[in-house]
Design a protein around this ligand. Sequence first.
Ligand SMILES: Nc1ncnc2c1ncn2[C@@H]1O[C@H](COP(=O)(O)OP(=O)(O)OP(=O)(O)O)[C@@H](O)[C@H]1O
Length: 250
Amino acid sequence: MATDLHRPVTPATSADAVRVENLTRAFDGRPVIDGLHLTLRAGEFTALLGRSGCGKSTLLRVLAGLDREIEGTVLVPERRAVAFQSPRLMPWKRVWRNVLLGLPGKPQRAVAESALEEVGLSHRSGAWPRTLSGGEAQRASLARALVREPDLLLLDEPFGALDALTRIKAQQLVAELWQRRGCAVLLVTHDVDEALLLADRVLVMRDGAIAHDTPVALDRPRTVGAPGFAALRAELLAELGVHQPSIASR
Ligand SMILES: Nc1ncnc2c1ncn2[C@@H]1O[C@H](COP(=O)(O)OP(=O)(O)OP(=O)(O)O)[C@@H](O)[C@H]1O
């Protein structure tokens, strides 16, 4: 039975931001998502890992309502927003107009300015997208997500194309925004450390379903050197099929 994602349904339990039951998505008869179950709690930061091509982006697109050719049940909040690895800004619209793009009604520039201030980009409000650095463009994309006041923020490798320093800053910004806004976040990433630095829970996707679900009970703010970090990293890498050789002692 195809789920009517055209009328997003608020999950039955208000403590849940997302409920997915028995979700299947096939391309040309080949299921990429196959009987997947998933619950995301309101306000929870979840990271989603998995090998390339395992279906992470497909799942995110379904949750965003961008892909409706599915079977199963998908309950998501009405207010949700998505940011992709490539910021997808319209080159012919100034930054603040990009931020307001697609919002219903006639939102005032002040709405965009407020979101741009939140991501530290007020000074580039009137700029053309092509003049932005990679990090600035990604922050503009985050501002565009924030003006939607999402209960669910979907992030598809938003830091993937950034240099190492800009990436750290962008990760810190997302952590701050999440703590301030209190929305549920689902972050797709390839980076195990990034998942462990940011998330309350890390999921690993395999064979079209959630194969592994790890709570991350480390104190915040986190560092890669924190006690317990290395053990969680090793556990997740093993789930991803990467086994770290033990260093032989002499
Ligand atoms: N529109 C489409 N038509 C046909 N096949 C598709 C389509 N979208 C995705 N796929 C296929 O579905 C599989 C999962 O793709 P998806 O982009 O969800 O993987 P992913 O886990 O996000 O990968 P990566 O980590 O490399 O970004 C891939 O084999 C991909 O080729």
